[in-house]
Design a binder for this molecule. Sequence first.
Ligand SMILES: NC(=O)c1ccc[n+]([C@@H]2O[C@H](COP(=O)([O-])OP(=O)(O)OC[C@H]3O[C@@H](n4cnc5c(N)ncnc54)[C@H](OP(=O)(O)O)[C@@H]3O)[C@@H](O)[C@H]2O)c1
Length: 151
Amino acid sequence: MPEEIILIAAVTVDGFIARHNNEITNWTKDLKLFKKQTLGHTVIVGSNTYDTLLKDLPGRKIIKYSRTKDPRQILMSIREKRCFVIGGGKTYSKFSSFLTHLFITPHPYVFNKGVRLFDLRIKELRLKFESLNSFDKKEGIFQYQYRVIKS
Ligand SMILES: NC(=O)c1ccc[n+]([C@@H]2O[C@H](COP(=O)([O-])OP(=O)(O)OC[C@H]3O[C@@H](n4cnc5c(N)ncnc54)[C@H](OP(=O)(O)O)[C@@H]3O)[C@@H](O)[C@H]2O)c1
């Protein structure tokens, strides 16, 4: 299992990642950062999100998650030190107990409804702030990097 299992997400200030399950994510401003950080790594993506991707993610090994698959088995099959869970909300939830880090970029939107960061019930996570990535200061796009405290 990878040492680092990183959730990476763009969220609204009210904690949503999409307006609905099939939304093409075109409102995020940190795509370049997402690309830079995930390049060369394995990414785990849920089937809804996979269907919304307009193009492949070159330079990354994509593992498509569906509910019949066991998250632990998927992670055990990854030989690299680091992998990313790239969403959506149900996939983040299903992998939540294995996450070691959360990379969260708040965006200046309030959706009020839609797909939550964790869209299924999960156990509470305790986080420790590790660093802030100032991606675009002018636009206020900062990525917060947290480590999950394992008890
Ligand atoms: N803002 C961001 O950073 C960001 C990142 C990623 C995605 N998104 C957005 O998130 C949305 C998709 O999120 P999502 O949560 O709907 O889908 P998702 O996580 O992409 O896909 C749903 C996954 O959960 C599985 N699943 C497990 N238990 C389930 C249950 N009880 N009910 C339903 N599915 C279950 C599904 O399996 P089956 O295949 O067997 O159905 C599927 O693999 C899209 O609009 C996408 O654009 C945003």
